[in-house]
Design a binder for this molecule. Structure first.
Ligand code: PLP
Length: 208
């Protein structure tokens, strides 16, 4: 898919996150040279090696989108600009504390699960409401939105319904961003109010 054409076809609220996990350095450089600024990685070890080889690229923003273990929080806070995949109150507290120690404020989205999906992490919506008052008061995170993934078992029209639920929930919480939609379902996510679509294979081709 051509990135420029894609960008021109999207509503102005929608930003493209280029998911570079499993892609080599040259492919990332190529996309960056065409003006792509935001890149997403989901494994800390793999990401740190890439960030190091790409540190000459100026103005790139790195987004962490994978499941984040407690012992990797400091490395992620130090090296990334945003985390889309904060899936528990405990993790949010830890990110805020460590960001404070690192004298940094980090952009955060909360990962929410709108269907039972044993393969995926995330808050369920009632759980998030219970934790909400504490989360919004955490001092060193800049909470901007929700992130969700559709279970693979859903067809595209069912995914669209789920994405709309996410948009409504974000609106209710007065959060501007919804990070939702991947290569297979980004159109449905855009139609439902996504502000970030996370594209890997459709931009880069298949992963290593
Ligand atoms: C891998 C990944 C993507 C991108 O998936 P594609 O199907 O390659 O577009 C998006 N979001 C998350 C959280 C991922 O782990």
């Amino acid at each position: 898919m051509n990135l420029k054409e894609l960008r021109n076809s999207l509503p102005s609220r929608v930003k493209v996150l280029a998911v570079s996990k499993g892609q080599d350095i040259r492919a990332i450089r190529l996309l960056a040279s065409s003006g792509q600024i935001d890149f997403g990685e989901s494994k800390v070890q793999e990401a740190l090696i890439k960030l190091d080889s790409l540190k000459d690229l100026i103005g790139i923003r790195w987004h962490f989108i994978g499941s984040l273990q407690a012992n990797k929080v400091r490395q992620v806070v130090r090296n990334f600009d945003a985390i889309h995949s904060v899936d528990s109150l405990k993790l949010a507290r830890r990110i805020s504390r460590i960001a404070g120690e690192e004298c940094k404020k980090i952009t955060v989205m909360l990962q929410v699960k709108f269907r039972n999906d044993p393969n995926k992490g995330g808050f369920n919506s009632e759980e998030l409401l219970d934790d909400w008052n504490e989360i919004v008061q955490l001092p060193n995170i800049d909470l901007v939105g929700l992130m969700t993934m559709a279970p693979l078992s859903l067809d595209l029209s069912q995914r669209k319904v789920l994405f709309k639920e996410c948009r409504l929930f974000a609106d209710k919480l007065q959060l501007k961003d919804c990070s939702m939609g991947m290569s297979a379902d980004w159109k449905e996510a855009v139609e439902s109010g996504a502000t970030w679509i996370r594209l890997g294979t459709s931009l880069f081709g298949s992963r290593l």
